[in-house]
Structures are given as structure tokens and as C-alpha cells.
Design a protein around this ligand. Structure first.
Ligand SMILES: Cc1ncc(COP(=O)(O)O)c(C=O)c1O
Length: 352
């Protein structure tokens, strides 16, 4: 497994910090988020020492990783004078909710095209989108085909423009994909400080395979940290190449990093997806119950529950042992618990 331990790191911390500080940023997230030690889960699983970085506690209408992302994204929008935002996401999207919240804080009109949303129960993120006053466009199955949904969003943008707005149509911009990684370059500095305060210098970090874990990896590589990062995939339709690897060079450029990212810098686990995105596996449902029973921490059926299922299995397989210290990156997603209430209610917790 890769780690970036290097006594002669490609970048010194002061330069890394200064480069990040030079990127326009607004204050949105509740930071720093806690880094907690999970004594009961550690004892229950009988494996490594386990800690959790609580990025479910970032605020912004029920928390999650995107609050870190939008500190950069909203600064960019405000600077460029955009006064409307058109998003396009799946019906239970955390991104859709958190973008609505961020837009509200800056008085930006927010419209959201939601795929596979028509006829759904108004619950979870969808309900919060509504409460936040988002202009919602609920697509049926046929309209939800990716390119059709994108065109719907663009058409909405044209309409807003005709009404005199300056709309930011997300699907046409690179920056929203870069901010996920930028947010976690900063997140890495925060985590590094917390770990060092606890006297921990060597860790294995596990989280959803995506731009947030990508940001941690990029930071660890540039700063020469003894961090070994694993990304757990949750979706077959978002290949890691296009979802992450293609985006990283943009983030490295904006943050003026010394070194970029190579596939292989992060361990990718893609065996825990199950039937597909939005269909919780029974192992994820079990893991949600276990985490709640041992630590009173809620995880979600799509993302962090899958990470927990992966962690449990990796311990069972002996890939994580008592010699390791593991940090779980909790990226939020909690409103989805309500969307998947039926599955969670009916699921018989089998113990681990
Ligand atoms: C709860 C949660 N975790 C993780 C992710 C992955 O995000 P990213 O690729 O920005 O790390 C998402 C994406 O929507 C999410 O909602």
C-alpha cells in the first residue's frame, strides 16, 4: 500500500499553506471538525486503533464534505458575479442539498435538475432541498438519461439568462470538480495538526473513493506524510479515471503543488458497491447499525456505510491489524438515512 513518508518532502508546509491561502475562499464550514477516537468500535472489531474525522459535522444544512468544497466554490462565484446556480444531480444527492444551502447563504438563486426524482417520496435530501427553497425540476426516468438531463440544465440556464440573471450552469464548468480536492488539501492540514497533537504520525485513512480522499492523498504526497489512503468506490457509473484522476491536475495547478497524482497513489477498493449506487448492500446496513450501537455515530447507506462495510471486511481479511491506526473520513450524507428508511427498518442486524 502506498505511503508518502519522506524526510525531504516535495513541498514544505509553509509554502503549501501559503499557496492554499492565496486561493479565494469564504467561510462556510464549521471547522475544525472533531477527530474522535472510537474505543468501543476498536474493541468490537478487535483490529486496529480506529479514529474518525467528523466531516459530517461541517454544518451547512446537515453537514458533509461539500461544506469544505464550497468555501472555494462560492468565493469563485461571488468573485465572478454569478447570481444564479443551476445544478444537476440524482434525486437523493447530498451535493444538491449542500449547494442549495451554500447558495442561500450568498443570496444566489438556486435551481436544481434532479434525475430519477419524479414520483419519489419527498424525504431526505429532497425534502431539505425543498425546505431550502430550491427551484426543483424533478425528472422522470426517460428524462434522466445523462445527456438529456444536462441539456435540461443548460436550457434552464438559458431561460435564467433571458430573465436577466448571470447563471452558473455547473455541468459546463471545471471548477466545481476541482474544489472537492482543494477543500481536502485544507482538510489535510487540519487533520495533520490534530494527529500530531495526539502524537500520531503514521496512519491509514479510509473514506469514499473520490475527490476528498484524492485531496488528502495529494496533500500527503506533497508534504511527504506517512499516510496511506484507501478510497472505497460506491458507484459503477463514475469510473475513477474520469471522476478523480482527470480532475486532480486542475487542483494541483490551482494550488501550485510541487507534485501531481499517479494512479496507484491511493488504494482503490471497488468490491463493496453491490448492485449499484443508491442500492444499499446488506453489509453497509449492518455496518450502519454497528457504528450506531457502539459509537452513536450515524453513517449513511450510500457512502459512509459502504466505507464502514469495507473497513470491517478489510479487518476480517487481516489487511488491517492491531499495529495499524486507521482514520475513517466521515463525509456526511446523513439525510439519506430517511430516504432509505424502509431498507434500514426491515434490515435484520446480524452483528459483525
Ligand atoms: C456523503 C458523501 N461522501 C462522499 C462523496 C464523494 O465526494 P467527493 O468525490 O467530493 O469526495 C459524496 C459525493 O456526493 C457524498 O455525498
Amino acid at each position: 500500500m502506498p505511503s508518502f513518508k519522506n524526510t525531504n518532502p516535495p513541498m514544505d508546509r509553509a509554502t503549501f499553506r501559503a499557496n492554499l491561502a492565496a486561493i479565494p475562499r469564504v467561510k462556510i464550514a464549521h471547522l475544525p471538525t472533531p477527530l474522535e477516537e472510537l474505543h468501543r468500535l476498536t474493541a468490537e472489531l478487535g483490529g486496529p486503533r480506529i479514529l474518525i474525522k467528523r466531516d459530517d459535522a461541517t454544518g451547512l444544512a446537515m453537514g458533509g464534505n461539500k461544506a469544505r468544497h464550497y468555501e472555494f466554490e462560492l468565493a469563485h462565484l461571488v468573485e465572478q458575479g454569478y447570481d444564479a446556480y443551476v445544478n444537476m444531480m440524482d434525486y437523493h444527492s447530498n451535493n444538491a442539498r449542500m449547494t442549495a444551502a451554500a447558495a442561500n447563504k450568498f443570496g444566489i438563486k438556486y435551481s436544481c435538475v434532479l434525475r430519477f426524482a419524479a414520483g419519489r417520496e419527498i424525504q431526505g435530501n429532497l425534502l431539505i432541498d425543498k425546505i431550502l427553497g430550491a427551484d426543483l425540476h424533478l425528472l422522470n426516468e426517460e428524462e434522466s438519461e445523462q445527456s438529456r438531463a444536462e441539456e435540461y440544465a443548460r436550457e434552464l440556464g438559458r431561460k435564467l439568462e433571458a430573465e436577466g440573471y448571470k447563471p452558473y450552469v455547473r455541468v459546463d464548468h471545471e471548477f466545481p470538480t476541482i474544489v472537492g480536492t482543494l477543500g481536502y488539501l485544507n482538510g489535510a492540514l487540519e487533520l495533520l495538526g490534530q494527529l500530531e497533537e495526539m502524537g500520531i504520525h503514521t496512519v491509514k485513512i479510509i473514506g469514499v473513493g473520490g475527490r476528498s480522499t484524492g485531496g488528502l492523498t495529494l496533500a500527503a504526497k506533497n508534504l511527504g506524510l506517512d499516510w496511506d489512503i484507501t478510497g472505497v468506490m460506491v458507484n459503477y457509473d463514475m469510473p475513477i479515471d474520469s471522476y478523480l484522476y482527470d480532475v486532480i491536475p486542475g487542483a494541483a495547478r490551482v494550488a501550485k503543488l510541487a507534485v501531481g497524482f499517479e494512479p496507484g497513489d491511493m488504494t482503490i477498493l471497488d468490491q463493496y458497491i453491490g448492485e449499484g449506487y443508491g442500492i444499499p448492500t446488506s453489509e453497509a446496513l449492518d455496518a450502519i447499525h454497528l457504528m450506531a450501537k457502539t459509537e452513536a455515530i450515524l453513517t449513511d447507506p450510500n457512502y459512509t456505510g459502504t466505507v464502514m462495510a469495507a473497513l470491517i471486511d478489510q479487518i476480517k481479511q487481516g489487511n488491517l491489524t492491531k499495529d495499524d491506526t486507521v482514520v475513517i473520513l466521515h463525509t456526511g450524507g446523513l439525510p439519506a438515512l430517511f430516504t432509505f428508511a424502509d431498507e434500514l427498518w426491515k434490515h435484520e442486524y446480524t452483528g459483525v
